[in-house]
Ligand binder design. Structure first.
Ligand code: NAG
Ligand code: NAG
Ligand code: NAG
Ligand code: NAG
Ligand code: NAG
Ligand code: NAG
Ligand code: NAG
Length: 500
């Protein structure tokens, strides 16, 4: 979900029509607009978190002095079209920033418009690694880029000595670009994706079944699932049905799965049953008194579980509050003017000419990028390439009704059983994970591949001569015998036995 942050200056004297409107700095009210699907898995969490953040900002006069922060939320009801149009409606009403739509696909469209209108778009849900600040200067990701969790998965694959993985994903921006990043990161480790198993963006059970049958017939047993919250669990349901949640299989899910577990625990028993032994990632957020206080308070606010998206939603509102304050300190005014290009679009019923350019947009963007604060998610500060500093992930193994943390992944240091904070002072990379309970309740690390049922047949040439017959020779009936053949048959028997 993305949201839209907008500053609406509520001030009777200010004319909203006209070529340019201006107000004195430090208005009484600053409105934040946000656009997301209220009833979605993330929506239920971030709504509560954003409201809590606004309450806290307003209770703390040292942030915005006497200016009140107010949040306006629009429900996009799982509709891609709405998640593009709602932000545009905010832009029409003189918005200084947008916490953009939820999905990467919509974010991309809105980010194009926002760059033209100089209205920053903030998102902690559009994690598509190809949304680059070069292409979208006014797009700011306030959560971790998917590039890092793909690097973490590549490190896990490499750590266990596997070479090839199968990637299951939806054929949309989020899926394609995430999996492309996974391919790049695996290549750095001399590993690769042997089968890109794409599903339609809204797959049916039949689509998933057909795909998983093809997956089961492939050689690789390492399956990475980069799915959506909506249909991700269905993949495991079908996999269980097809007997693919059994010994020999390795399932690695990106952070969609940990988010579901965090938000909806306790999960129904059959769901829990379907995901036993799965490895999943979660964005690492350091333990702190602040986070502990907030977690306690959370249970008073809602019955929904607190996922990392809640923490990022809370921090994003604070980030904006600090940026708004900085913007006013620099003498910034909230004023908008007509964009000559857009004004040419006058006429028709769309009223696109109502979209105005935020005059202080560049300064405000700068203020956002300069924020450096400690929040619930740890340090919130942007690198020069506009990613958050210190990307890190928890590596989780789903066991019983919950999961066990088997280690951490930290940007430069890779995998470790030590928390990223503890690692800071050690230059040594300790590539290590605690032992995993894999599907089929085994702790023995899977080999990662089987002889495939649909793979290529091996063709072996043998010399047909009369010398060294004990090594290899062709009998008159065409049967090949000899020491080489015996070794080959024995090796194949061993391989088949360990597959079973
Ligand atoms: C607002 O802008 C108009 C011109 O566009 C100017 O005459 C007026 O003084 C400005 N008001 C303030 C408060 O800056
Ligand atoms: C903001 O408005 C005030 C007066 O309303 C003006 O003095 C100041 O120069 C303006 N600042 C900017 C950056 O335009
Ligand atoms: C808050 O605003 C008032 C005037 O509105 C000003 O006197 C005071 O210094 C400001 N406080 C801070 C902390 O900026
Ligand atoms: C997905 O399944 C539906 C029916 O359940 C079918 O009509 C559609 O063609 C399938 N799409 C793909 C890409 O297999
Ligand atoms: C955490 O809560 C305690 C007790 O309510 C309070 O004294 C403390 O200041 C809080 N700490 C932080 C960092 O919010
Ligand atoms: C939760 O609510 C109870 C009762 O309203 C209150 O006593 C308690 O202090 C609250 N806890 C937190 C962490 O806000
Ligand atoms: C790392 O070392 C610095 C300086 O030696 C120290 O101040 C800091 O507390 C250490 N950090 C951790 C997590 O031990």
């Amino acid at each position: 979900m993305k949201w839209l942050l907008l500053l609406l200056i509520v001030c009777d004297a200010v004319p909203l029509q006209g070529l340019t409107t201006n107000v004195s700095a430090r208005p009484q009210v600053v409105n934040i607009g946000s656009v997301f699907t209220f009833t979605s898995l993330i929506g239920r969490v971030i709504k509560v978190a954003m409201e809590a953040a606004v309450e806290d900002v307003n209770a703390n006069p040292s942030v915005l002095n006497n200016t009140q922060l107010r949040i306006i939320m629009h429900d996009t009801k799982f509709n891609g079209f709405m998640s593009i149009m709602e932000p545009l409606r905010f832009m029409e009403s003189e918005t200084v920033a947008i916490i953009g739509p939820q999905r990467s696909t919509s974010a991309r469209v809105v980010a194009h418009v926002a760059s033209e209108l100089k209205i920053p778009i903030l998102s902690f849900t559009a994690t598509d690694p190809t949304m680059s600040p070069l292409q979208f200067p006014f797009f700011i990701r306030t959560s971790q880029n998917d590039l890092y969790q793909m690097a973490a998965i590549a490190d896990i694959v490499h750590f266990y000595g596997w070479r090839e993985v199968i990637a299951i994903y939806a054929d949309d921006d989020y899926g394609q670009n995430g999996v492309a990043a996974l391919g790049d990161k695996l290549a750095e480790k001399r590993c690769r994706i042997s089968y890109k198993a794409a599903l339609p963006p809204e797959p049916t059970r039949e689509n998933i079944t057909n795909l998983l049958i093809k997956v089961a017939l492939s050689e690789s047993r390492i399956i990475v699932v980069h799915a959506s919250f909506i249909w991700g669990l269905e993949v495991f349901n079908v996999a269980q049905y097809l007997g693919m949640m059994s010994t020999g299989y390795v399932w690695i899910a990106t952070n969609w799965l940990s988010t579901i577990i965090d938000t909806d625990s306790p999960l129904p028993l059959d769901t829990i049953n379907n995901i036993q032994g799965v490895i999943t990632l979660r964005i690492y957020t350091p333990d702190s008194v602040m986070k502990k206080n907030f977690t306690q308070r959370w249970h008073n606010l809602t019955h929904v579980g607190l996922s990392t998206y809640g923490l990022y939603a809370y921090d994003t509102v604070w980030l904006l509050a600090h940026a708004i304050d900085d913007f006013f300190r620099k003498g910034g005014n909230v004023s908008f003017s007509k964009n000559p290009i857009i004004s040419d679009l006058r006429g028709g019923n769309l009223h696109l000419d109502a979209l105005k350019v935020f005059d202080g947009g560049n300064t405000f963007l700068e203020s956002i990028l300069q924020v450096d604060r400690i929040g619930l998610t740890g340090r919130m500060k942007f690198t020069r390439d506009r990613n958050l500093v210190n990307p890190a992930f928890d590596v989780l193994n789903v066991i019983g009704t919950g999961y066990r943390t088997i280690g951490y992944w930290y940007n430069h240091l890779g995998l470790s059983v030590m928390q990223p904070d503890e690692l800071e002072n050690t230059s040594l990379s300790r590539q290590k994970l605690h032992s995993v309970v894999w599907p089929g309740q085994t702790t023995q690390n899977p080999r990662g591949w089987v002889f495939s049922n649909n793979g290529r047949h091996l063709r072996i040439g043998v010399p047909n001569r009369y010398r060294f017959e004990e090594v290899v020779s062709v009998q008159s009936n065409g049967i090949i015998t000899g020491f080489c053949v015996d070794v080959f048959v024995a090796a194949q028997l061993i391989a088949l036995c360990s597959t079973v």
